[in-house]
Every structure is written in C-alpha cells, then in structure tokens.
Design a protein around this ligand. Structure first.
Ligand SMILES: Nc1ncnc2c1ncn2[C@@H]1O[C@H](COP(=O)(O)OP(=O)(O)OP(=O)(O)O)[C@@H](O)[C@H]1O
Length: 284
C-alpha cells in the first residue's frame, strides 16, 4: 500500500486574464493515504470546490500536479467520482436506471450483464434504497436522492470519492442518518474520501484528518488536524468525549479566530457607517 495514494503538489490556480486575473489557490500541497477520510473546511469562497474540481480533473491547475495511484490527473475519469450538494440524478430515469447508467458504462467490458445487475442492486442496498428501485427522482425525498447519488458514485468503485457538501441541503435528521451510512460504508469498503463541508461536527465525526484552508485570495492549507478517535464513532458518545470537543474547538478557533472572515458587502448593500468599520476590521 502506497503511503501517498493521492498527492496534490504545489498547486496554484489563477482565474481570469490580464488585470482581472486573480490567484485563488497558492501552493496547495496535500498527501493522502489510501482509505483516508479527509475533510476540507474553510470560509465561503476560499477555494475548497476549486481544489476538489482540480482533483476531479474538471479544472486544470495553473501550476503543480495531482497524482493518483502513480498517475497524473489531467481530466475527469472513472477512478474519481464526485457527489455534489444538489443531487444530479437524471429525472427521466428510475433510481435503478440512474445507477445502471454509470455501472454499465464503467464495467461494460469487465462484468457480465448479470454481474452488473447484481452490483447495481448491491450498491443501492448499501444506502438502503432497495425499496425504491422503480421510482423516479421526483417521487423520492431530497435525502433519498442524495443516497442514490452516493450509491451511483460508489458503484463505479472509484479510487477516490469526492464529496462537495454532500449533506448540505438536507435537514438535520436526514443529514445525521446519511453521515452514519457513509461512515458504515467507508468502514466496509475502505474508500478514500475527500469531503468539503462547512459543518465542524460533521468534519470531526467523519474524518481522519481535517484540512483547514486560509481565506482567499491566495488561499492555501493553513492547518491540518489529525482526528485520533477510534472508529466506528458514535455521535451520541462523541458529544461527551473531551478529545472530540477539543478537536471541535481547534477547528472553531481556526475558523473564527485565526481566519476570522470580514464579509465584504457591495456598496449598494452597506450603510455608510459600516464602510469605515469594515475597512478598519479588515486591516486589523
Ligand atoms: N470558473 C471560475 N472563474 C472565475 N472565478 C472563479 C471560478 N470558479 C471559482 N471562482 C472564484 O474562486 C474563488 C473560490 O471559489 P470556490 O467555489 O472554490 O470556493 P469555495 O470555498 O468552494 O466556496 P463555497 O464554500 O462558498 O462553496 C471564489 O472567489 C470564486 O468566485
């Protein structure tokens, strides 16, 4: 097993041209082991999705490289599947057909039709969606759609699963259920996961390491927190665990003390009296 299964090396990302060019990411470096669960946390707009999209191959890095299992990432590929916050199921296909589309494409040459059928059923069973195989996305809840999206992503057996705020649009209870399911699945199949989140508890509960990003522009990795808590983790027990609470506080301190964000409002939005105080706070 390679120590560095996935490496992000010296990544810079600029958007725009000429005078409008901006440096969103500066010198991002991260090494991830196989089977690790990494969360990326940071204030809105710092560049978390940009990092994920570069790893997914959806965006090119301006400088630097991403290497996955010994190969440089230059484009999207079946070895990296992405789950976005807003379910991206095809509305005219059933739950089964949505997963089948990905499975049939990925395993066209390597699995028989019967094996693919069984694999689709198994993937949906993992996320407890076997009861809704023939339903279309409009007929199931938001949490169920997200389950199907996760099943579809896992069914492709990616080397890395990339989750961009996968639970962000869900209510608290559904979110907790789905987090528990993802924890169980990861324990079962040992997938390597990078997840973007804004939720400090979610990051501490699920991750092996939390990558905390500085504010942009020129955002980079500010701190990395190793979560040394045995798995499986139980959310109720964690609430009373002093170590868990220390980790939680460390992330909160990073976000709200070290990287305190001063929201820049447009001049139309901000009353005159706040403009001076915002400037003062920003330069503090
Ligand atoms: N295609 C693009 N062209 C120009 N600028 C972009 C593009 N994509 C992102 N940006 C800018 O890059 C910065 C980082 O965006 P990104 O979406 O990566 O942040 P984020 O941390 O994921 O934000 P959020 O938490 O709000 O989703 C932002 O200032 C954004 O406006």
């Amino acid at each position: 097993m390679s120590k560095h299964y996935l490496s992000i090396e010296g990544v810079n990302k600029f958007f725009g041209q000429g005078a409008k060019q901006s440096c969103v990411l500066k010198n991002v470096n991260l090494n991830i082991k196989k089977g690790e669960y990494i969360s990326i946390i940071g204030h809105s707009g710092c560049g978390k999705s940009t990092v994920l999209n570069i790893v997914a191959g959806l965006l090119p890095a301006t400088d630097g490289v991403v290497i996955l299992d010994g190969k440089e990432v230059n484009s999207p590929g079946p070895d990296r599947s992405v789950v976005f916050q807003n379910h991206s199921l095809l509305p005219w296909l059933t739950v089964y057909e949505n997963v089948a589309l990905a499975v049939n494409k990925t395993f066209k040459k390597t699995k028989t039709a019967q094996e693919r059928h069984e694999w689709i059923l198994k993937s949906l069973e993992m996320v407890h969606m076997s009861h809704a195989l023939d339903k279309r996305p409009a007929e199931i809840s938001g949490g169920m759609k997200q389950r199907v999206g996760i099943a579809r992503a896992l069914a492709m057996e990616p080397k890395v699963l990339l989750l961009d705020e996968p639970f962000g649009a869900l209510d608290a209870l559904t979110r907790a259920h789905l987090q528990d399911e993802v924890m169980k699945i990861q324990a079962e199949i040992n997938s390597t996961i990078i997840m973007i989140t804004h939720d400090v508890d979610e990051a501490v509960l699920l991750s092996d390491r939390i990558v905390m990003m500085t504010n942009g522009p020129e955002a980079t990795i500010g701190e990395i927190l190793e979560i040394d808590l045995p798995k499986p983790r139980n959310r109720i027990e964690m609430a009373d665990n002093p170590k868990y609470n220390r980790y939680r506080q460390a992330v909160l301190r990073f976000l709200y003390e070290k990287q305190r964000k001063v929201e820049v409002l447009t001049s139309a939005e901000k009353p005159k009296s706040t403009q001076a105080s915002l400037k003062k706070a920003a330069s503090a």
